[in-house]
Design a protein around this ligand. Structure first.
Ligand SMILES: C[S@@+](CC[C@H](N)C(=O)[O-])C[C@H]1O[C@@H](n2cnc3c(N)ncnc32)[C@H](O)[C@@H]1O
Length: 264
């Protein structure tokens, strides 16, 4: 397909916006790496996630199987799954996060992969993994379809994708959305962001942008040949995060989502 000069210019422009966004996400997590690490201390704020992901994964794929922890951060989920006999690869584009993962858990059992900020293809072979987990990553993606396409490529047929994302219906997410609404005007934002803690909160809100409902996640993943695993949905409620699980049903593809063949 030939692109007109106008459309190729706008694609390049979109590309630059996406790269700038990814750079900001990476910078935010590089700056927060030490603090993030502490959230996984025993009784830390995020420690509950480890069992939640592991149980969901075990319902779908029994160890030992190949698992990719996409956006692995400081490596705690990867290490937890490894402790449950999965063979785990963790990848992330924030170098400070993944440096802590290496420092925390070493190189022997888990393969850590640092991605370039502007990655457009994951450095893994087609059909390499039985499962992909992504804990609190999808809400920060500049280009969800690029990532879903790549995760579909590296997953085996019938492979499983499990991720958690903010639940826009929950009280906390509604409050976040309200905070963004009432600070839309630049002068209000500048005034309150003189307080470092408030500035950090709004940096997070500006970058945690993909606040989709269940249907939209289902629709987006379907475009890449994923089908939701329904039995896991009973646990959805008003929690600030919900966990979704999908199975890859693609038999054949040539890059573009429209050419995917799905099993009936
Ligand atoms: C909220 S942290 C979660 C880290 C870890 N999964 C956990 O639950 O502790 C999000 C992570 O995703 C990574 N990330 C976000 N977008 C990414 C992308 N496009 N490619 C690779 N990593 C990404 C960030 O660098 C960050 O480490």
């Amino acid at each position: 397909m030939m692109l007109s000069p106008a459309s190729s210019t706008s694609l390049l422009h979109q590309d630059a916006i996406d790269h700038d966004f990814s750079e900001r996400v990476r910078n935010m997590f590089n700056a927060r790496a030490e603090n993030w690490n502490r959230k996984y201390l025993p009784r830390g704020k995020l420690a509950w996630r480890l069992d939640a992901f592991c149980e969901t994964l075990r319902e779908c794929v029994q160890p030992p199987k190949e698992v990719l922890d996409f956006g692995c951060g400081t490596g705690h989920l990867a290490a937890h799954l490894c402790g449950h006999r999965y063979r785990v690869t963790g990848c992330d584009f924030a170098e400070n996060m993944i440096a802590l993962a290496r420092e925390n858990f070493g190189e022997s059992a888990i393969t850590w992969v640092e991605l370039p900020t502007r990655w457009s293809r994951l450095p893994f072979a087609d059909n390499a993994f039985d499962a992909v987990v992504a804990s609190s990553v999808f809400e920060y993606l500049a280009d969800i379809h690029l990532v879903l396409g790549e995760l579909a490529r590296v997953l085996k047929h019938k492979g499983v994708l499990i991720f958690n994302v903010p639940n826009p219906e929950s009280f906390r997410r509604r409050r976040e959305s309200w905070s963004l609404q009432v600070t839309k005007q630049d002068w209000i934002r500048s005034a309150i962001c003189t307080i470092p803690r408030v500035r950090r909160y709004f940096t997070y809100l500006d970058l945690s942008t993909n606040r989709y409902g269940l249907n939209q996640w289902e629709w987006s993943t379907q475009l890449h040949g994923f089908k939701r695993i329904r039995k896991l949905l009973q646990r959805q409620d008003q929690r600030p995060l919900f966990m979704l699980a999908f199975r890859k049903t693609i038999l054949w593809s040539v890059d573009a989502p429209s050419s995917l063949y799905q099993e009936p």
